[in-house]
Design a protein around this ligand. Sequence first.
Ligand SMILES: [Zn+2]
Length: 268
Amino acid sequence: MFFSVLYWLKERLRDAWLWPLNLVRDFPARSGRLAHTLFTGSKAFVQFPLFFWRAVRDGIFKRQMRWAVQQVGVWLHLLLVQLFDLVGGPEICQFVMHFGMYTTPLTAAEQTAVKPIFGTHNLRYQDVRIAQGGILHFIFRHNGGLAFATWYTIHLPVKRGEGRETAVSSRQNLPLLVHELTHVFQYHHVGTRYLGEAIYYLVTTNRKCYQYGGISGLRVCHQQGKQYRHFNREQQAQIIQDYFTQSRQSQDTSAYEPYVNQLRQREL
Ligand SMILES: [Zn+2]
């Protein structure tokens, strides 16, 4: 009991320390992404009168304006999440959320299993936390037992559920861990936008956003020049999960290789 309280306190102190630490070490990446968004926004703003005039001239005003409004929505989402990242929002949220759960780091065996997929230096494996129990019992009861990743935390249901990602839902389900780690990887390299994008597709497709066409679909996509970054966030995670499952079963994974390479190149 004493040691588990001590461990819990150590984990919370670690969460608190990550806020100033990441504010500094992630500042270049976070401010760079924000600067890029501000730049594209100002460019679009300057070009808008010309865009407006062309739309009127070509008689496609309504269609073009609808598209422009969508783009403004996408841009505003980026601006908001990138400001959130810049002030360390992910660390603050995780610090608060972890108070209601039990968190543990990846085991040495888990790290050994996943590092060849993502690359040794592409992720802060020691910072990943698996969260189970506590308020998560309540959340999983209401989301159909769907495992999910928020920033550097992977939330795994303890019991079997009926959700898409919980056919065998436990810490021993390495393919599921790989799926969720892909979301952590997305966060690490593109920021919190991955979360909004994943939720958008989950909601708009009624959770049918995982299908990418299997091996034959991947081959066709590759022939047509489709890149890993063109798949939605859930498809990206599913591709890596399936690659992992099939490579462990010594099956032919050649259809997956180009996309796994793009993941390792951080082309998200
Ligand atoms: Zn997912």
